[in-house]
Design a protein around this ligand. Structure first.
Ligand code: KDG
Length: 338
């Protein structure tokens, strides 16, 4: 028995010894990790788009690249994440155009009230030469622009009263994104706007520090704003698209093959994201109405009153955005609106 045990022990020693000696010389190719942070939650179409992005990148890189997703402002708010991209301490994020204006004022053009008449026209302009010019220009600020995704038309909610006319907005304390055009538009409506990061929004509504906020219906539903807001008005006032972006500092260290995979995946996942964003918007609207929230749909005349009340906002920002640039974007929109 002793000899049998000895032979077994020897065999085990030989086996484990052999296997470890064969695996040490060749070091496995190191996995590259791409972290992506967003403010919205895991149910959002934005997160679903990122799951698609992850799937494509991991498949196309045959597992060499791993994409890790962080929702709910876990990695900070949009501005903080963009700062991290510029410093090279975070790979990716996907803010709306609104906070990008903190880096470069011309981005405010996409936040002008009632800019895009519909989503299809927005797609054409953003996926065309003008959109590409904007994405490329981010490199001046240490960011590689990948693609435009969709957040969706923004709608107004509040806890005080039903809003049907610009007059009803007067005096309401409204949270906006951190963007001068948004502040100016709400001031033009007579509101009292306060910019605030998304992560602080729910609690501020709950504690009644502010009366209202504005976001696409899907966000209003999925982030449960209906629990703390009684009234929603479908104003469609801003479009403010999402921009999927990468740290230029890190991008410049990537092999061309990986850059191509990421770029292609970002665009492809973006098309998917827009599609589900539009589907979920319809579902969310129906769901919101079921929660008991008062959802007010405006007639074209009622919506025009909001357009008229904010029509001078674009003129106010001509100097900062550039008059020609506003004209160029508007001409491109008009071309597709025919
Ligand atoms: O993930 C993006 C969000 O952080 C943010 O852009 C959502 O529309 C938004 C808001 O109101 O801040």
């Amino acid at each position: 028995l002793v000899s049998v045990l000895l032979i077994v022990a020897l065999a085990v020693a030989l086996f484990t010894g052999c296997s470890s000696s064969t695996s040490t010389p060749e070091k496995k190719a190191e996995k590259r990790v791409i972290k992506v942070g967003i403010g919205l939650n895991e149910q959002s179409p934005q997160y679903k788009g990122l799951q698609k992005f992850k799937e494509i990148v991991e498949r196309e890189s045959k597992g060499r690249i791993e994409v890790q997703l962080f929702a709910n402002s876990q990695l900070g708010d949009d501005t903080k994440m963009m700062t991290a991209l510029r410093a090279g301490t975070l790979e990716m994020t996907c803010p709306s155009t609104a906070p990008i204006s903190g880096l470069d004022k011309k981005w405010m053009v996409f936040d002008l009230p009632f800019l895009f008449p519909n989503e299809e026209i927005a797609d054409k302009v953003l996926d065309g030469p003008i959109g590409q010019k904007f994405l490329d220009s981010l490199s001046q600020n240490g960011i590689k622009g990948i693609a435009f995704w969709e957040n969706g038309y923004r709608q107004l909610t509040n806890s005080v009263k039903e809003v049907k006319t610009p007059d009803d907005v007067k005096g309401l304390k409204i949270r906006t994104m951190e963007n001068p055009v948004h502040l100016a538009a709400f001031r033009a409506l007579g509101a009292n706007p306060t910019p605030m990061p998304f992560g602080e929004l729910f609690t501020s509504l709950q504690q009644r520090i502010i009366d209202g906020q504005e976001n696409p219906v899907t966000t209003i539903y999925l982030q449960k704003f209906y629990e703390v807001q009684k009234y929603a008005t479908l104003t469609n006032h801003f479009y403010s698209p999402f921009v999927l972006m990468f740290s230029k500092k890190i991008w410049d260290t990537l092999p061309k093959e990986d850059q191509d995979i990421i770029l292609k995946a970002g665009k492809e996942a973006g098309l998917y994201q827009r599609k589900i964003n539009r589907e979920m918007m319809k579902e969310s609207l129906a769901n919101l109405e079921k929660t008991g929230m008062v959802v007010t749909k405006l007639t074209p005349e009622q919506q025009k009153a909001f357009m008229d009340a904010t029509k001078d906002v674009a003129t106010k920002f001509e100097a900062e955005i550039g008059k020609e640039l506003i004209q160029e974007v508007k001409a491109e929109i008009a071309k597709y609106a025919k």
